[in-house]
Design a protein around this ligand. Structure first.
Ligand code: NAP
Length: 302
């Protein structure tokens, strides 16, 4: 099974980056795209995010071998219904959504009988929209594919090869396990960042201007994550409810234990935890998942 034509639905950060990556890597794959917002379509055409920006979803997916939905997870069902009339019977339908069980259900309900193989490139930034995409977003990053039971092996191989050609490392995973893993590595960290930034902005005794002025003490690193797209993240929490609540329960218990350690002056507990967490940071860098320079390589020149 060869992928010669890819249709991208949703031309924001993820959709735009896929289109740019296909073109920048010189792959012999034609790209079409559609977004429900006419201003996004105009911007996508201006930036050349895909070879051809179409006026309807059905037009964009006509003759496509692979259709990738790059819309917020809560919009996957609607977008799939919109493109259904133009879909070729042999097309593979995939997506980039950050939660996988709910998306698989929404796509199967909207496109019964279609070859659906959900996926999640674990790559992104806090920016969104058609200006945000860039061709190297997926280079060296993992793409987790969550094939449903009984998937056609040739279609799975074609999708894996596509992501490999974009520079990603591909891993196959069960959708429920994906949702649990991502709850810990992505969804809870976002919730914590949203909380801490929200709490700081609601304080009475410490002014907001003080919070911003002294943010280099650590707070500013949370503000990057807390600047992430509100629609996307609202949908992630609503569609990965079970795994997020399970992990949040675990997190609250650990936080309570730390509270107790601080209150009782138990320095050993604090020291042991902080030593373990430092080792995790080293592993993230060693495995090429972040910049190893101090303070993310930010300039500190005087
Ligand atoms: P984005 O930059 O906001 O782009 C999404 C685009 O989809 C927007 O232009 C939006 O238009 C459009 N859209 C919304 N509903 C639509 C519909 N029913 N039909 C057609 N277009 C529609 O978001 P993104 O960051 O690319 O995220 C897209 C997907 O990637 C999400 O499912 C997210 O979970 C996943 N993801 C994101 C990241 C990340 O770091 N951002 C990483 C990995 C995966 P409007 O603005 O008009 O709504």
């Amino acid at each position: 099974m060869m992928i010669n034509r890819v249709a991208i639905i949703g031309l924001g950060l993820l959709g735009g980056s896929i289109g740019l990556a296909v073109q920048a890597r010189g792959l012999a794959i034609a790209t079409t795209g559609w977004d429900r917002d006419p201003q996004v379509r105009a911007k996508a055409a201006e930036r050349g995010l895909v070879g051809r920006v179409c006026e309807t979803a059905a037009e964009a997916v006509a003759n496509a071998d692979l259709v990738i939905l790059c819309v917020p997870v809560g919009a996957m069902g609607d977008a799939a219904r919109e493109l259904a009339p133009g879909l070729s019977p042999h097309a593979i339908i995939s997506d980039v959504g950050s939660s996988k069980e709910a998306v698989a259900e929404a796509l199967s309900a909207a496109l019964p009988g279609a070859c659906i193989i959900p996926a999640h490139p674990v790559a992104g930034t806090e920016q969104s929209g058609p200006d945000a995409g860039f061709a190297t977003l997926f280079a060296g990053r993992w793409c987790i594919i969550t094939p449903p039971y009984g998937v056609e092996p040739a279609a799975l191989t074609a999708l894996s090869d596509f992501w490999t050609k974009l520079g990603s490392k591909v891993e196959l995973m069960d959708a429920a396990h994906h949702d649990l893993v991502l709850a810990v590595t992505s969804h809870i960290p976002h919730l914590i960042a949203y909380t801490i930034v929200g709490t700081a902005s609601d304080l009475e005794d410490v002014t907001q201007s003080e919070v911003i002025k002294y943010s280099a003490g650590g707070f500013r690193d949370f503000t990057r994550i807390a600047a992430s797209d509100p629609v996307m993240w609202r949908d992630v929490f609503l569609t990965n409810k079970g795994a997020v609540l399970e992990m949040l329960g675990r997190f609250s218990e650990d936080l309570t234990a730390l509270q107790r350690a601080i209150r009782s002056g138990d320095g050993d507990t604090l020291f042991d935890l902080f030593t373990r967490t430092r080792a995790i940071r080293r592993q993230v860098i060693e495995q090429g998942q972040d910049d190893g320079r101090p303070d993310f390589g930010r300039g500190h020149g005087g």
